[in-house]
Write a protein that binds this ligand. Structure first.
Ligand code: FAD
Length: 386
């Protein structure tokens, strides 16, 4: 077993680090304060392949594995969590089109999505269907030459600014098996957007409700087949969960790095606060937890890359673990900064705000525990324990 990065992975990491330091770090504070969705930066990220990381090359992606992508996401998030998180969502939704879209549709969208010229949102959650996503009620009724889409999606990242929507909608009454997946151009007649939600964090990307009223979707905008939408949505989330976990990891790393410097400089009781053992124990726990979270993420990504039968369980474990710990590390970092951690002049309070939502979206951490426990209880030979 070799835990070292390969030469290629090291090169991706260094490229992502340089990009993040040059193109994200100088602007992250201002984007947060002014709620700026950095579209030009997505185009710059597209030039390096970051808008199409694990998209197959025939669809204009760079065809990386999930482990390679997680390494890149950690770097991007270490300089701007919210921008990195949107890049993660874009990759997830784009990949669904690239894997399951019809070629007529792929030919229109893939090149522009890969370059970052066009952006895509993932639309699963509804006002009445969050954790229980399979209970969604947005309906796509099949007509002669189109589907007619009616319903609403809640909390959609990028809504109002993205060009394409990957929408899960009901085509028959049968629970999760009655759900289908559609690629819908965001400016189609009948689509309207709610107000931009005012949020605790992730302030540089819009989040809004989307209403669909008699929206006509051509038949070839269906991804895969009718009834497969929920499966596609969950498959997308496996990779999405790794990337969101990596966003927590990168942000926590940045917070720990800032704290390590700060405690050496800050003096109280005539000593640098780094000299107090209570401070040292905090730092030691933060580094230990950070390292454990990174290993969990990389293990889950490896399971996904190798199509392991329990890949979804590993993705759920990594998401639960890394987003809980990532948030805790940011919170401890804020504590180590004392009152200065709480004011906006220092980036710590933004890291704390930005990582909070990772415990809620892409499946709450309670839902991750349900997924993990269900698999463990069904695992008669306890293979998951090996
Ligand atoms: C900033 C932001 C961006 C988002 N972006 C997107 C997006 O781009 N696309 C998209 O589709 N969605 C998006 N979401 C939605 C997100 O995925 C949902 O908020 C999330 O799945 C939880 O659903 P809910 O908010 O309806 O909470 P609920 O499902 O109502 O849950 C409320 C609480 O009850 C708990 N709970 C629910 N059921 C159980 C159970 N069986 N056992 C134990 N506890 C339970 C939950 O864990 C949670 O703590 C976004 C949300 C936010 C806040």
């Amino acid at each position: 077993m070799n835990y070292d990065l390969t030469e290629d992975q090291y090169a991706f990491q260094q490229t992502a680090r340089k990009f993040a330091q040059q193109q994200l770090s100088p602007y992250a504070k201002e984007w947060d304060e002014q709620q700026t969705f950095p579209k030009a930066t997505f185009i710059a990220a597209g030039k390096l392949g970051f808008m199409a990381m694990y998209i197959p090359e025939e669809h204009h992606g760079i065809g990386l594995g999930r482990l390679d992508s997680a390494i890149i996401m950690e770097e991007l998030a270490s300089e701007c969590t919210s921008t990195a998180a949107f890049i993660s969502i874009h990759n997830m939704a784009f990949n669904m089109l690239a894997r399951y879209g019809q070629s007529s549709l792929q030919n229109v969208w893939c090149a522009d999505l890969a370059s970052g010229q066009k952006l895509v949102s993932y639309c699963l959650t509804e006002p009445g269907a969050g954790s229980d996503a399979a209970s969604l009620t947005t309906r796509a009724e099949k007509k002669d030459d189109h589907y007619l889409l009616n319903g609403a999606k809640a909390f959609i990242s990028g809504a109002g600014e993205t060009d394409l929507l990957i929408v899960m909608a009901r085509t028959s009454a049968d629970g999760s098996k009655g759900i289908s997946c559609f690629a819908v151009p965001a400016d189609t007649a009948g689509i309207t957007y709610g107000k931009k939600e005012q949020k605790l964090g992730w302030s540089n990307q819009p989040t809004a409700l989307i209403n669909f009223e008699d929206v006509r979707i051509p038949h070839d905008h269906l991804l895969a087949e009718e009834g497969q939408g929920f499966k596609l949505a969950m498959e997308g989330l496996d990779g999405g969960r790794i990337n969101i976990a990596a966003c927590s990891l990168g942000t926590a790393r940045a917070s720990l790095s800032l704290s390590t410097q700060y405690v050496k400089e800050r003096k109280q009781f005539n000593h640098a606060i780094s000299e107090f053992q209570a401070t040292q124990f905090k730092l030691a726990d933060m580094l230990t937890e950070l390292t454990a979270a990174r290993q969990m993420i990389r293990l889950a990504a490896y399971k996904l890359d190798t199509n392991h039968s329990e890949k979804s369980t590993y993705c759920a474990m990594a998401k639960r673990f890394a987003t809980d710990l990532g948030f805790r590390i940011c919170d401890e970092a804020l504590q180590l900064h004392g009152g200065y951690g709480y004011i906006k002049e220092y980036p710590i309070e933004r890291h704390f705000r930005d990582t909070r939502v990772h415990r809620i979206l892409e499946g709450t951490n309670e839902i991750m525990r349900l997924i993990i426990a269900k698999r463990l209880l069904a695992d008669e030979n306890l293979n998951l324990l090996d």
